[in-house]
Design a protein around this ligand. Structure first.
Ligand SMILES: [Zn+2]
Length: 425
């Protein structure tokens, strides 16, 4: 999961602090939620949750094992093979597609919606990174422990718990270990492109335990180039200078007044580069721009303004410029534009499920996960957390071990609530 936005929408439905399975008061009255007392009290569902309690030490061992398999984006093959073997052992219909996603289908009894659960397997860490997990009380430390091997382990435990509890759902459950999430959601995009019409709902398993995401943070990555003729320092006085243009552009961009808060935007110049020698004006230099907002109109207007300032800086310094678009993820819309999403059964069910487990169940009209692909396609989508933790994408990444247990129970309850309970065998 990428850096969260400041755009926050809270939906303070009654918080239930009890760790017992209690439906939040008022849940029955609110329209849309599919989490009912009948589902909660099903013998098979209770058995599945009890199985998770009894086998959490094994889940943690598997979580550590997955973390210690290096899996930088596009190098996920070893994790794919591991997840495939586990899904096969549980009797799922398993396939690996050509980009490397591993897909396990758990068939329903019929007549229910197909619910897709996606957990990305890739990390941002180079393959030679030390990914040995260090245990420090309840804290697990290693690059990738939190983002996102926790979700991969939670997904495998969910599958086993459903099987051990002999849970029968009406709809099919499709579990996907995706690849290349960190490169721009490529695996998830590929799966949707090659499986049109399959998913009725998408649950992206990514991010820390916290708010339930139901929107999509729009992201644009651009690289701006400034180019000139170059010149030896001795003959550089008064010559067009790409670095001066770059400096003017970056300063001018950081003078932009960007709306904050709900529906606002954030941006960052993450890289600059160019030039080869001390003693010459360089011929080309660049900087990169990471621009983000849930608001599509704001994203467009800021993008245009940034480009205009680059153009003005280039003109003022008599150099050429051009822009290369590196990545583009569409914005899901502001909270005001997504009120129907918030009121829909998927989000309302998630609010009840997380509340029933005493987990945070506020909502946010944003997201930077595989879920963004579902939001962009108009498919009911949420993103939900895997454990508590922090420092993802750094060498000091950590995760809170005990919190993965209720996070996994929530996935089981989401699966049975959303897909519906089928008739007993
Ligand atoms: Zn992630």
């Amino acid at each position: 999961m990428r850096k969260p936005t400041r755009v926050v929408v809270s939906c303070p439905i009654l918080l239930v602090s009890s760790l017992t399975l209690a439906l939040p008061a008022g849940a029955q009255q609110r329209q849309g939620s599919l989490f009912t007392a009948q589902i909660r009290d099903q013998r098979s569902v209770k058995d599945a949750l009890t199985w998770l309690d009894g086998h959490f030490p094994e889940q943690v061992r598997e979580w550590i094992h997955i973390t210690e398999i290096p899996a930088k984006s596009t190098f996920e093959a070893q994790r794919t093979a591991y997840v495939k073997a586990q899904m096969e052992a549980e009797g799922l219909e398993v396939s690996v597609d050509s980009i490397g996603n591993v897909v396990g289908i758990r068939r329903g009894t019929g007549g229910g919606p197909t619910v897709v659960f996606a957990a990305h397997m890739d990390t941002v860490h180079p393959m030679d990174t030390d990914v040995t997990v260090k245990q420090d009380g309840d804290t697990l430390r290693a690059p990738g422990i939190f983002d996102n091997s926790a979700s991969v382990a939670n997904m495998l435990s969910t599958i086993r718990a459903l099987n051990r509890g002999h849970v029968r759902t009406r709809g099919d459950l499709v579990f996907i270990g995706t690849v290349q999430e960190e490169l721009g959601l490529n695996g998830m995009r590929y799966w949707f492109a090659h499986n049109p019409g399959v998913a009725d709902m998408l649950v992206a398993m990514d991010g820390g335990l916290g708010r339930i995401g139901y929107g999509a943070l729009g992201i644009r990555w651009s690289r701006y180039w400034f180019r000139g003729e170059g010149a030896h320092t001795n003959y550089s006085a008064g010559k067009p200078h790409p670095v001066r243009a770059l400096a003017d552009a970056v300063r001018s961009i950081y003078e932009l007044r960007v709306p904050e808060g709900r529906g606002g935007a954030v941006y960052n110049v993450g890289m600059i580069g160019g030039g080869r020698v001390f003693n010459a004006i360089p011929q080309d230099v660049y900087f990169t721009m990471d621009l983000r907002s849930v608001n599509a109109q704001l994203l467009d207007s800021l993008d245009a303004e940034i480009t205009a300032r680059v153009s003005a800086a280039a003109q003022g310094n008599r150099v050429r410029w051009d822009m290369e678009r590196v990545q583009e993820i569409p914005a899901g819309g502001t909270a005001d534009q997504l009120t129907d999403r918030l009121a829909g059964p998927l989000v309302q069910t998630a609010i009840d499920v997380y509340g029933s487990l005493g987990l945070p169940n506020g909502t946010i009209a944003s997201g930077s996960t595989d879920g963004n692909i579902g939001v962009g396609l108009g498919i009911p989508t949420i993103s939900v957390g895997r454990s508590r933790g922090a420092n993802q994408h750094t060498l000091t990444e950590w995760a809170d071990r005990p919190s993965a247990l209720p996070a996994t129970k929530a996935i089981v309850l989401l699966a049975v609530s959303l897909a519906g309970i089928g008739p007993a065998a």
